[in-house]
Design a protein around this ligand. Structure first.
Ligand SMILES: [Zn+2]
Length: 568
């Protein structure tokens, strides 16, 4: 229990110190449960400890908190530095300055997400490191799944991230080349037309058996290829690469090179019906585009042999293939299979819903493109698949938003407070505690709103201090509070409270995104909504501006009547 008490105190001090000296039970509890999941079943036992420690930490001054941190937990004062040290990618195998060509080949079959950002940034960063080139190639050879909407969203997302490409192309621009290379493989006996049923093909693959079609001669395969252009229906014939049906790598067991798809392509229309497989098109494209280093996420690792085998069979140049771990946040899946139904069922509003890991959603939530970039490059090229906690990205983002976010008062669960004897009708409050971001003037009368949580602790006859305004001696505590302004109030042990003027306060909806999934279950409370009151100055801010609501956290202005919580 001593260890856990120490841990609780450490979190409480850290959080209080980062939030003007105050922390809360539930924040410390969630931190403890986050790092020490074994306590999830013992919440009842630790909640009392937490409550006691939090209240003792809240009672000491910020200065005392800092001193205690310095003495007992010095590591808290220099956090995050370790991550920064690893910034930058390791040197590239076989790279020559000025000669490196990389590429990012997204398929336009969905909205771009954090996983795309990783692939794009790593490839682009390597090109930059070696003074080379990076190609954006929209891998659009499956008309059934692809749409212009996704194609456009990918470009918008990449623009926002600030990734620059030297060449932008579509894989479908090279269809005639794929046909030429496909025929070359057929004519050299390295590919054949297979007319087996889908089930038979899978069964033979499992049993590592060749089908009768693989025995057909070149003439017969040529005829089959011709028939694929008109006569065969989708699913009736495919072109397969003569790989190795005995291979332990299932990808090598005579994989598909071409299949018939009659769906209209979003750019090419009905011009083509025989479409190359991913493996075939990526092999050919990487080779002819002069790609020297092709980086993909780890799930493509088994395809490396196949891509090399296809290029060997065609006597074409092979690029170096590298792999990195897939990036996904805990509780925030990126899979379309998971996200699409949530949108269709209305559980998530759209691809820009702040709970999602899409670029559009991250932007809307207030995550900066620069923070994503630094975060991803800090992860480097490790191949171990990790589920990153969202906090890791937050700590990068905080550095970017902290300096530029104006501080505003915000009141939740408001209580009314009337102050008599105020000698002024407006106050000026600095927009940032350290940086010179100017001041804002708040017009006031005697009527204020204060947070319900703070109001609970106010006692009749006590003094409170309204931040930026002054001291008040409380004369009445009830549903509504009353007090008298005091020019020189107490300075020690006094409750400091934020406020907004009742008359001009601005009521907004505050959205707080949480984990979308908890242990593979959709979290019904993944989006909390609060009606809160803020200063009238909120209305003057630009849409998209990042603010810090005092003692609450960073938020992004989504509209005149809605803000989204970014993070603490
Ligand atoms: Zn067959």
């Amino acid at each position: 229990m001593d260890d856990i008490r120490k841990e609780i105190r450490r979190f409480a001090l850290q959080n209080a110190f980062e939030h003007e000296g105050k922390t809360q039970d539930k924040i410390v509890l969630s931190k403890i449960l986050g790092t020490q999941p074994e306590f999830r079943t013992k919440v009842k036992e630790i909640i009392g400890e937490i409550s006691e420690i939090v209240s003792s930490v809240n009672q000491i001054s910020l200065e005392e908190q800092k001193k205690e941190i310095e003495e007992n937990f010095p590591e808290l004062l220099k956090p995050k530095e370790k991550i920064i040290e690893r910034e930058g990618l390791p040197p590239l195998e076989g790279a020559t300055q000025g000669k490196v060509v990389t590429r990012f080949p997204p398929e336009p079959n969905g909205y771009p997400h954090i996983g795309h950002a990783k692939a794009a940034l790593i490839n682009a960063e390597y090109a930059k490191m070696y003074d080379g080139k990076c190609i954006l190639r929209l891998d659009d050879t499956n008309p059934e799944a692809e749409r212009m909407e996704y194609h456009a969203a990918i470009k918008v997302g990449l623009d926002w991230l600030g990734v620059e490409f030297d060449v932008i192309k579509n894989t479908s621009d090279d269809m005639n080349l794929f046909y030429e290379k496909g025929l070359e493989l057929i004519n050299s006996g390295k590919a054949y037309v297979c007319t087996c049923k889908r089930d038979t093909i899978s069964k033979n693959r499992r049993e590592r058996k060749e089908c009768k079609c693989s025995l057909g001669d070149i003439k017969k395969n040529n005829q089959g290829w011709e028939k694929m252009f008109e006569k065969f229906k989708p699913g009736e014939a495919i072109v397969r690469f003569r790989g190795d049906m005995k291979s332990d790598n299932a990808v090598m067991r005579d994989p598909v090179l071409f299949r018939i798809i009659d769906e209209k392509h979003y750019i090419k229309g009905n011009q083509y019906r025989i479409w190359p497989s991913y493996d075939f098109s990526v092999a050919i494209e990487d080779s002819i585009d002069g790609i020297t280093h092709a980086f993909r996420s780890k799930e493509f690792e088994l395809r490396e042999d196949l891509i090399n085998a296809i290029l060997d069979a065609l006597n074409m140049r092979k690029p170096y293939q590298g792999f990195f771990s897939r990036l996904e946040f805990k509780g925030m899946p990126i899979s379309k299979r998971i996200l699409k139904p949530l949108i269709e069922e209305g559980k998530v509003s759209w691809y820009d819903d702040p709970r999602l890991p899409t670029l559009e959603a991250l932007r809307r939530r207030g995550i900066k493109a620069e923070a994503i970039k630094k975060f991803i490059l800090s992860l480097g090229l490790t191949k171990a698949n990790t589920l990153a906690p969202f906090d890791a990205l937050e700590s990068f983002n905080r550095k970017f938003v902290d300096a530029d976010s104006i501080r505003l008062f915000m009141v939740k669960n408001p209580k009314k407070l009337r102050i008599d004897g105020l000698p002024f009708s407006s106050v000026e409050i600095p927009n940032h505690p350290i940086k010179d971001m100017g001041k804002r003037k708040i017009e006031i009368d005697e009527n204020f709103l204060i947070p319900g949580e703070d109001a609970q602790n106010i006692k009749e006859g006590s003094q409170i201090r309204l931040l930026g305004l002054g001291s008040v001696a409380i004369t009445k505590v009830n549903d509504e509070f009353e007090g008298d302004y005091i020019k020189n109030g107490e300075t020690e042990n006094i409750q400091k409270i934020q406020w907004v003027p009742q008359k001009t306060s601005c009521e907004i909806k505050l959205l707080v995104p949480n984990h979308l999934f908890i242990e593979d279950e959709f979290n019904e409370n993944s989006l909390e909504e609060f009606e809160v009151y803020t200063e009238p100055h909120y209305l003057k801010l630009k849409e998209g501006e990042e603010i810090q609501f005092v003692r609450f956290g960073y938020c992004r202005k989504d509209s005149q009547n809605q803000a989204i919580f970014t993070h603490k």
